[in-house]
Design a protein around this ligand. Structure first.
Ligand code: UTP
Length: 226
């Protein structure tokens, strides 16, 4: 089967620890032993730092996005280095290039275009390559009824339909400074293609292995909510 794994920069390059990045690579290799794997890496704090400096220097938001994209690609490059010959050696800059590289067990890419985040990239890629599953390994535990940082009453939702995901993300996302678990475009793409998606805490690389087997403490998005 084909899987797309989105790994947030905040978990992949946390503390910029090489052993940590190596562990993600090991886990991806294990999955690639039986599945075709596409990975999308986020930018993390490094992207945020670069964007904040660029903004202070007067760069507009599109320019800031381009800088963010460069950082996501830099993170993709470091993961490719850790994966060695298992991975396509370049960072595809678009979806077609990624699919064309799929004779390699693993293809790793970052962002593609301004105005979105790598959540949306992973959802579009999953639709494009007909992935069976989309795993979103992030720094939050899943999708909550409201932003848990603002509302202590917020409850984690173990299962959602794609339509329910869109409703929640829209509700959380419109408040400035709020922390939506995934971006709105990603939620809409998941709704459009109905891909089986799991959003979970990926701070521990092993959680990716567990999630692929269906064992996770995050949120599962499935058209047939059971
Ligand atoms: P991320 O996907 O890491 O965004 O891209 P994020 O939501 O800040 O990351 P996490 O999930 O919390 O770790 C970093 C930045 O790169 C730009 C955006 O500015 C984004 O905020 N970007 C990324 C794009 O403009 N387009 C893309 O396709 C991807």
């Amino acid at each position: 089967m084909t899987v797309v794994i989105s790994i947030g920069g905040s978990v992949l390059v946390k503390d910029f620890d090489y052993e940590r990045i190596g562990k993600y690579a090991e886990v991806i290799k294990q999955i690639a032993a039986h599945d075709n794997v596409f990975v999308v890496t986020g930018g993390g704090n490094v992207a945020r730092d670069y964007i904040s400096v660029a903004r202070k220097l007067g760069a507009n938001e599109v320019s800031c996005d381009f800088i963010g994209i460069e950082v996501t690609r830099l993170n993709a490059s470091i993961l490719i280095a850790a994966l060695g010959s298992t991975a396509y050696p370049e960072v595809p800059t678009n979806y077609r290039e990624a699919e064309n590289a799929s004779s390699f067990p693993v293809v790793v890419m970052g962002g593609v275009a301004p105005g979105q985040t790598t959540d949306a990239v992973s959802a579009v890629l999953a639709e494009y390559v007909h992935a069976k599953k989309l795993l979103i390994a992030t720094s939050v535990d899943g999708v909550y009824t409201a932003d848990p940082k603002r509302n202590p009453q917020a409850k984690k939702l173990p299962r959602l339909t794609p339509g329910e995901l869109v409703d929640i993300v829209m509700k959380i996302g419109i408040k400035a400074g709020s922390n939506s678990p995934i971006d709105a475009l990603a939620a809409k793409i998941i709704e459009r293609c109905g891909i089986h998606t799991i959003i979970f805490n990926g701070s521990n690389p092993e959680n990716i292995l567990e999630a692929i087997k269906g064992a996770h403490n995050g949120t599962e998005i499935n058209s047939q909510k059971t």
